[in-house]
Design a protein. Structure first.
Ligand code: NFE
Length: 503
């Protein structure tokens, strides 16, 4: 039986997942990115300093990650010496964006795969927000509309949480989380300008000044966001994990893992980072080598360029190409399929015992859930690794604010060379993000982005091997092949962003 899960909702962009189900098991899955954008073409011939502005428009969720990756690539190409404040400001902006993004993903994009929103109809308390939600759901259901109470209903049928109080508590946090997300974005905006699409992030730093009033405002907001992570998000995550422990064993991808490392500890271009970089293949770590990354297009809607390295990448759309089923390319590392994202970031760091806070948190939660570190490669593992990332980032950001040199420069002097090239790699919320810039005659000659969801939502490669999400779906047992709540939970655990993946 062939079932399309698309258009998949509570993700960013246009994704279909075509599944084949036999005897209630998914035996094949194809991830289809259903849009074309062409940012790499748009960038050709432009002023290099346009790149960190234009690439932010790839996405409204992770624009800062694109600005940072582009800034790093340009810093390499220009040979910039970045002032200490400049690097700290980059970290403060990008880190706050991660804190926003994990809450958005858990509460708005994933929680309703587990939480029964209709429980609000039984609410008998006095909380004004919940009463408002209850009366709105009641009036929607009585309205006779074809789709009442959207976006909560209709929904896929399945095994949602049964405990009324747990459901109602989670719904309250669903509403509270939106306020906290707003605050995290406000913190990022103190140094980064408005959200989304910062005007202040530049190669070499930020155009904002190092002022004590800004620093104090940032600290107080991040402290509040941090408290929400500890007091609300983590307990909710543990409750979901206790209600659905089988999801430690569902949704494992079948390749390796990669992280570029996140948040440099010094202003040096090749600084050690808060989270380690590395490629984890067959239990062994090796350093990331950008020359090992190629992109296949046998099943992607591009006419040429299969197997090319990032610096030579091509983008010629071919919407009607035979066998092609996605606008997403298929990146591979030395021919190997890799998962990127929070689980990859934490597994790469933990395997190297790099960040002691990561190690302690992994071991604490593995103890609570009675799992091994390898089970981070699962639906619940991806959720847990987002929360671990957030807790570690929040503490780091508060430390960073203490290191700012008040009144000192926050930006390098920029001089664009006639020619040059550079790679910029960071961890976006969804994983490993790489930008490449080549400059000729003071203009962008070539620009390439290899984006987290390009790895995770990759279609088959030239050898016919599946991408990470496809591999995680294949073999999944589903109670109802027509609806597949299990598959949806797997897809959501990757937090796909198709706008990013096709760029
Ligand atoms: Ni459009 Fe993006 C992806 C992230 S890349 S959300 O995939 O995170 O910066």
């Amino acid at each position: 039986m062939r079932i399309d899960l698309g258009p998949v909702t509570r993700i960013e962009g246009h994704l279909n997942v075509q599944t084949t189900v036999e005897n209630n098991v998914v035996v094949d899955a194809r991830c289809m990115g259903e849009m074309f954008r062409g940012f790499e073409v748009i960038l050709q011939g432009r002023d290099p300093l346009d790149a960190q502005q234009i690439t932010q428009r790839i996405c409204g969720v992770c624009p800062y990650a694109h600005a940072i990756a582009s800034s790093y690539a340009q810093e390499h190409a220009y040979g910039l010496t970045v002032p200490k404040n400049g690097r700290i400001f980059h970290n403060l902006i990008q880190g706050a964006n991660h804190l926003y993004d994990y809450l958005l993903h858990f509460y708005q994009l994933s929680a309703l795969d587990f939480v029964d929103v209709t429980a609000v109809l039984q609410y008998g308390g006095r909380d004004a927000e919940l009463l408002k939600l209850k009366s709105w759901v009641q009036s929607e259901l009585a309205s006779g509309k074809p789709f009442p109470a959207a976006p909560f209903l209709p929904r896929i049928s399945g095994n949602y949480i049964k405990d009324k109080d747990l459901n109602i508590g989670a719904l309250k946090h669903y509403l509270d989380a939106m306020e906290i997300q707003k605050k995290a974005n406000r913190a990022a905006a103190i140094f980064g300008g408005k959200f989304p699409h910062s005007t202040a992030i530049f190669p070499g730093g930020s155009t904002q000044e190092a002022r004590i009033d800004h620093i104090v405002s940032y600290q107080s907001i991040i402290q509040e966001v941090r408290d929400f992570y500890h007091n609300v998000y983590i307990p909710d995550l543990v409750a979901v994990a206790q209600g659905f422990p089988e999801y430690w064993n569902i949704g494992a991808s079948k390749g390796g893992f990669m992280s570029y490392g996140l948040l440099p500890l010094t202003s040096s271009l090749d600084s050690e980072r808060l989270f380690a970089s590395g490629v984890l293949l067959d239990g062994k770590i090796s350093p990331v080598d950008f020359q090992m990354i190629t992109e296949d297009v046998a099943f992607s809607k591009y006419s040429s360029g299969s197997g090319l390295k990032v610096k030579n990448s091509e983008l010629v759309p071919a919407p009607h190409k035979e066998k092609a089923y996605s606008w997403t390319k298929a990146p591979r590392y030395g021919g190997q399929m890799l998962e990127v994202g929070p689980a990859a970031r934490i597994m790469v760091d933990y395997t190297q015992r790099h960040n002691q806070q990561v190690k302690a948190l992994v071991e604490k939660f593995a103890g609570i859930a009675n799992i091994t570190a390898n089970q981070l490669n699962s639906v619940l593992g991806r959720h847990l690794c987002r929360a671990i990332s957030g807790v570690v980032i929040a503490d780091f950001l508060l430390d960073e604010t203490e290191k700012i040199d008040h009144g000192q420069p926050t930006m390098a002097e920029i001089e664009i060379p006639r020619s040059g090239e550079g790679y910029g790699a960071t961890e976006a919320s969804r994983g490993a993000l790489l930008h490449y810039i080549k400059i000729e005659d003071y203009k962008i000659d070539r620009y390439a982005c290899v984006v987290p969801t390009t790895w995770n939502a990759s279609p088959r490669d030239d050898k016919g091997n599946p991408g990470a999400m496809e591999s995680a779906l294949i073999g999944t047992r589903v109670a109802n092949p027509e609806e597949q709540l299990e598959s949806l939970r797997i897809v959501h655990s990757f937090d796909p962003c198709i706008a990013c993946s096709v760029h």
